[in-house]
Write a protein that binds this ligand. Structure first.
Ligand code: ADP
Ligand code: MG
Length: 339
């Protein structure tokens, strides 16, 4: 009996001191997916194979669901069926489109998930990789024609219980480029929750998730790039665990012609790159996909309407304007430290 009590006491002491729990090990990986850089740092008591699992999760999301360039992905199949048949969607894809349509409505079309035809016409992603002297700007007539087929109201999503069905009218093409990276963070969070990871930071292009705690318990920090000088930082956000930070900027992907910059965030009310007086927008909120969608929407809307939209989603926002001025939501001021 004495032995039994001694054992119990030892067990309680072990629990209290945390002795016996191995310290988490730090593993890192940088790779490419979704046409961008994916960078992961995890602290785990498990094996480093978690990095493969996380990376495969992003690849799978791109290949099976989101990519417009992969004909077998759900969005690829939906676009191929535009104007023809209805297709059944996975719950993930259905919910994603449902949220996109809601944000499009709340942003009065500044966030426009049906912009595929206009994005294809401008072809900025591909052109940005080629020589700048060869950049081609579409004509006004071509833009007007593409805009005839870029309205999210032509995305018809039906939901019966958890079964989603989608049909596209008026030859619209869905493009989820503005939410894919943020959505990847939500998928990664689910994988992390099932793992032995105690803390992690993962970034997919301009979207970052901070998860759990670092072993040193120092808060997670995310740098804010100066869009007027992208090699420099404007300051640091101290980000609470579990939150996502997404940035959209005109310095990320663009082409130049006749001394003018044409960037990749398009305004469906004009058919041209958005000119709202802002150079970058950073959103901080809990949901990755919403952070990504709002960063694009607020870029198109500009500071005044953008602040209202972010507030509607309980998200914090930081704009950098053309003159280099920073405009922030009140809550964001508590997270930001200037350089
Ligand atoms: P990044 O992809 O560089 O992180 P964003 O999240 O702002 O930047 O998304 C830009 C992408 O979203 C574009 O490359 C295009 O595919 C798509 N897009 C462009 N303009 C809009 C818009 N007004 N609404 C929705 N999607 C857009
Ligand atoms: Mg975005």
């Amino acid at each position: 009996m004495k032995k039994f009590f001694a054992l119990c006491l030892a067990f309680v002491l072990l629990l209290q001191t945390g002795c016996g729990t191995p310290n988490p090990t730090k593993y890192q990986r940088v790779d490419t997916a979704m046409g961008t850089v994916v960078s992961m740092t995890v602290y785990t008591t498990g094996s480093q194979e978690i990095l493969d699992e996380l990376f495969d999760g992003v690849k799978e999301l791109e290949q099976d669901t989101l990519s417009r360039r992969i004909p077998t992905s759900e969005i690829g199949r939906a676009n191929a069926m535009s104007g023809q048949e209805e297709i059944a969607l996975s719950e993930l894809c259905g919910k994603t489109i449902e949220t996109c349509l809601q944000i499009a409505e709340d942003a009065d079309g500044a966030f426009q998930p049906a912009l595929g035809n206009l994005i294809t016409l401008w072809n900025i992603d591909e052109q940005a990789q080629g020589p700048s002297s060869a950049a081609v700007i579409p004509t006004e007539a071509e833009i007007a024609e593409a805009l005839e087929h870029c309205d999210y109201h032509d995305i018809k999503l039906n939901r019966e219980q958890d079964i989603y069905r989608l049909s596209l009218e008026n030859d619209v093409q869905i493009d989820l480029g503005a939410v894919g990276k943020g959505l990847a963070l939500d998928v990664l969070r689910e994988l992390l929750e099932k793992s032995k990871v105690s803390g992690a930071t993962v970034s997919v292009g301009g979207s970052v998730l901070v998860y759990g705690e670092k072993p040193d318990e120092i808060p997670w920090k995310v740098g804010i790039v100066n869009p007027l000088a992208p090699g420099e930082s404007l300051g640091i956000l101290t980000v609470p665990a579990g939150q996502c930070v997404s940035t959209s900027g005109d310095y990320e992907r663009y082409i130049e012609a006749d001394g003018k910059r044409y960037h990749h965030i398009l305004d469906s009310s004009t058919g041209y790159p958005a000119e709202s007086g802002v150079r970058s927008v950073t959103i901080l909120c809990e949901n990755g996909m919403i952070s990504d969608a709002l960063s694009t929407a607020c870029f198109v809307l500009g500071t005044e309407e953008g602040l209202k939209l972010a507030a509607k989603y309980n998200a914090e926002v930081l704009f950098v304007t053309e003159s280099g001025e920073m405009v922030m939501s009140d809550g964001m001021k508590g997270y930001f430290t200037a350089k």
